[in-house]
Design a binder for this molecule. Structure first.
Ligand code: NAP
Length: 311
């Protein structure tokens, strides 16, 4: 096993992402000590039962004391309050990062509270499932997935290299982006698909002519693929919508225009247009498979990949 990259890693928030990090850190020998903090006694107790860390503190400021790397994994709307809570406990020279699904808002919330003596490098692993909490995590969640870091203009290059090495140690590939660009890219690849899924599942639930039991019975015809996304954590997605609203609204406007064009083609029986569009989109799926971001089986590989190594 190579030398640990960090002496002490503190994980503030130990849900799906925090607990996957704990498992990946342990598995890859990336730190000597893993300190874990969660705001509720219940989640912290569960993390302890699962043996995810070495030290458990409900007080986040205590957990981050002497840590060389602090990773905040809480809903994005809570990141400012967490930064404020940990600020006094941070060691000078520590790297502070996060995993939040929006970046400009997290930076605006966290940066004012963090001392100049730490290296704040925001991040976002592009990996997840619809499950939440410490039981939901698994060590290879980040394997072969991208982690986007959004360094600030004055970010220390050594700290950035150490954080990149950490994510690579978790199995991820690292990309760098400016925060606003990240928010625009994620609005289309992640936020919009979730919003559409929440919407379509909500529409089906509201229908009166088709019963709920019919929706469930015949869901294999397409609907069920939306329900996976629409089963995602409501707190997380409420916060994403509130904290990336500009980019999401811009993408929704584009989406609505394109949907109107599709609606028009259906109304006017423009089969050529429909065929041309459905052919173009099919190629995108092939590119995703070729890029190793999904596997080529009919159920999207969800069964094969589902939680392969929970402790
Ligand atoms: P999760 O499983 O629901 O876990 C959330 C953690 O944050 C728990 O430890 C919870 O503590 C804590 N928490 C919740 N509300 C809090 C608050 N107001 N103040 C302080 N702590 C709070 O969430 P997750 O899926 O790991 O998501 C964490 C972060 O990762 C989010 O920012 C999300 O945007 C990002 N992310 C998620 C995914 C995904 O697919 N889920 C993918 C990439 C990035 P208690 O349980 O003790 O209350």
């Amino acid at each position: 096993m190579p030398e640990p990259l960090f002496d002490k890693v503190a994980l503030v928030g130990i849900g799906l992402i925090g607990s996957s990090l704990a498992r990946a850190v342990r598995h890859g020998g990336l730190a000597t000590i893993i300190a874990i903090s969660s705001r509720s006694e219940k989640t912290l107790a569960r993390a302890r039962e699962l043996g995810l860390g070495d030290v458990y503190e409900q007080d986040a400021a205590e957990a981050v004391r002497d840590a060389d790397l602090v990773i905040v994994s809480v809903p994005v709307g809570a990141s400012g309050a967490v930064a404020k809570a940990i600020a006094a406990g941070l060691k000078p020279g520590a790297i502070v990062t996060d995993v939040g699904s929006t970046k400009a808002s997290v930076i605006a919330q966290m940066q004012p509270h963090l001392p100049d003596s730490v290296h704040f490098i925001p991040g976002h692993p592009i990996a997840g499932t619809e499950d939440s909490g410490p039981d939901a995590g698994f060590a290879d969640l980040f394997e072969g997935r991208w982690c986007i870091l959004t360094p600030l203009p004055d970010t220390d290059v050594d700290a950035l290299a150490r954080l990149s090495a950490f994510w690579e140690g978790c199995g991820a590939m690292v990309d760098r982006m400016d925060p606003e660009h990240h928010d625009m890219v994620l609005a289309i690849v992640s936020h919009l698909p979730h919003i559409i899924a929440y919407n379509i599942v909500g529409t089906a639930d509201d229908l009166e002519a088709v019963t709920k039991s019919e929706v469930i019975k015949y869901s294999a015809s397409g609907f069920r693929d939306f329900t996976r996304l629409a089963a995602s954590d409501p707190t997380m997605w409420r916060d994403v919508c509130l904290h990336n609203s500009d980019a999401i609204l811009e993408m929704l406007a584009r989406f609505s225009e394109d949907l109107s064009a599709l609606q028009r083609a259906i109304r006017w029986g423009d089969g050529e247009k429909l065929f041309e569009m459905f052919t173009r989109t099919r190629a995108i799926r092939r590119s995703i498979i070729e890029a190793g971001q999904d596997i080529d089986v009919p159920d999207f590989g969800r069964h094969a990949l589902a939680h392969p190594e929970k402790p």
